[in-house]
Design a protein around this ligand. Sequence first.
Ligand SMILES: O=C(O)CCC(=O)C(=O)O
Ligand SMILES: [Fe+2]
Length: 335
Amino acid sequence: MDLPIVDFSSWSASEGEASRRRVAQELVNACQQVGFVRIINHTLPEATLDEAFDWMKRLFALPEDEKMKAPHPEGWTVHRGYSWPGLEKVTQVKSTAEYEEARDRLREVPDVKEVYDIGSDKCATQPNQWLPDSSLPGFRAFMSQFYWDCDRVGRDILRAIALGLDLEDIDHLTRKHGGNNNQLRLLHYLPVPAEDLENERVGRCAAHTDWSSITMLFQDDCGGLEVEDISRPAMFVPAAPVKNSIIMNVGDLLQRWSNDRLRSTNHRVGLPALPDRFVGLSRMTRERYSIPYFMSPDDDSVIECIPSCMSEEEPAKYEPITRANYNKMRAAMMY
Ligand SMILES: O=C(O)CCC(=O)C(=O)O
Ligand SMILES: [Fe+2]
């Protein structure tokens, strides 16, 4: 299974309505059949993406005590700042009792990654944890701009999805995404002996679905992302890195919003697929950098079945829920 590819060059206004509709339809087909899609020829410049990776490499190369000047706050309510290796675990469980058991189990397999989470400075409930500018001058300015660059591209994707779902209002989804609730996540997977990953002594990122509306993922050339094949459950297929492409996936929120028409597909990060990614006798796996960007609606937005996704034969399956309540339910499972 290769990820479906959607060429976004035909989405620009000058291409005309028929081309735009074709792109929108291809995108929605991919979201229904796979839940994951590779978007090429989007409007994020190559230089901007290169710069984003350069900044994150400089960030993670800082001494530990510098990075700890912006620590992730304790607990699970705020997802901002620096998380050291092992702090964060992604789990799938949805109740507290199940969570505590799963959390203990998962913590026995430490994740070998460090994370730095960034949001909008206008998001009052999730205050950014910036490093002092003297620790890495220019980092904050670049990342603040990059956050909004990604938002712009994400909004375009949401518009294309709305068109592909035959919504009369192309801004049906973007209207609920003011932009201040997105999350820009810088991920650094540390080098690790391949054997430790193979024996599950350590992990990179366990299988999970995202709870965003959509996620855009930028990755370096290391590889390791795997996507579950919907037609063969429990089979995970590598999603090879392609420079400058965006891997876009549907999150749980959009799956619910679309009455399960669009699929929020399980994915994970494991051993890179290519053997040349290992070096030496202990087959050290190269370090890996990736940047997921999670798009989410505003806190008070009510997520209610998209009109074109229900019918008499297929009524709405889920109660309306605000994004704030939805997130409360999910965030408790993280830390
Ligand atoms: O690092 C990756 O490639 C994927 C990370 C991911 O799936 C996530 O953070 O939700
Ligand atoms: Fe994910």
